[in-house]
Design a binder for this molecule. Sequence first.
Ligand code: NAP
Length: 248
Amino acid sequence: MRILILGGSSEATLLAKTLSQRADLDAILSLAGRTKNPAPMPLPTRSGGFGGVEGLVSYLRDERINAVIDATHPFAAQMKRNAAQACAATNTPLCAFTRAPWVAGEGDDWIEVDSAVEAAAALGETPKKNVFLAIGRQQAGAFAGSPHHFVLRAIDAPDAEALPASLDLVLARGPFTVADEIALMRDKKIDILVSKNAGGEATRAKIDAARVEKLPVVMIRRPKTPERPVFENIGDALAWIEAHCPAS
Ligand code: NAP
C-alpha cells in the first residue's frame, strides 16, 4: 500500500518516523521545498510543488497512491484545498493529521484577526512599537507599509520582496524555550508579538513568554480547511491508515 504524507510540520515528521518502522507500508513524504536545509527524514522524500490540483491528480495516479495524509502546517491552506480536490477527483482516501489551536487563557492579552493584512492593521499607526514578528518570512510583506519597527525571526532570510522599512532580521531555527523568548523580547524591547495560531508545543514558548512579560499578542486565526477526517492524535491517524491500507 502506498501512502503519501503531505509534510512540512512536526506532525508529518512524527508520522514519517512512525511509518518508517512499518515494512508493510510504502510511505512517501512530500515537502514544498521552501526550507533551504530541511532536517533529514526517515522516509523517502520528494520535494517541490505538484503543479496545482491537476499535477497532484497525475502524481496520485502515476505513483499509484492508495491514501493521502495531509500533515501540512495548519496555515498551508492552498495545499490543503488542492489535496481535497485531487483526492476527490481520484477517489483517494484523505485524512488530516494536525494539532489543536492554542486557546487564550488567564493572563493572555490577544487581539484575534483573520490574516496578516488584518494583523498589520491591528498594530495601528501610533505610538511607534517594537513588534516581534514571529510568523515566518512568507507573509512579512503584509507589514511593508507599517510605521513600526519589526524584529522578524525566520529560518531563512526573506526574499527581496517588500519588507517593513524598519527591520531587524533574526535568523534562527527553533525550538525555543520560554527563557530564550523572554531574553529576546527584553533584548529587543518588544512591545507586542504577532503570531499565527499554529498550535502545538514546538512554537508555543513565545506565547507563554508574552504572557510572562504581559505583552499583547496579535494572533492570526487559522484559515478554513476542507471537509475530511481530522486527527490530532497519532494513534487515531494510524487507526485510519489501518482501515484504509489493510496489511496485505
Ligand atoms: P500553501 O500556501 O498551502 O501551498 C502553496 C503551494 O506550495 C501548493 O499549492 C503546492 O504547490 C506547494 N506545497 C505546499 N505544501 C506542499 C507539500 N507538502 N508538498 C508539495 N508541495 C507543497 O503552503 P505554504 O503556506 O506556502 O507552506 C509551504 C510548506 O511549508 C507546507 O508544506 C507547510 O506544511 C510548511 N509550513 C508552512 C507554514 C505556514 O505558516 N504557512 C509554517 C511552517 C511550515 P503546487 O500547487 O505546485 O502543488
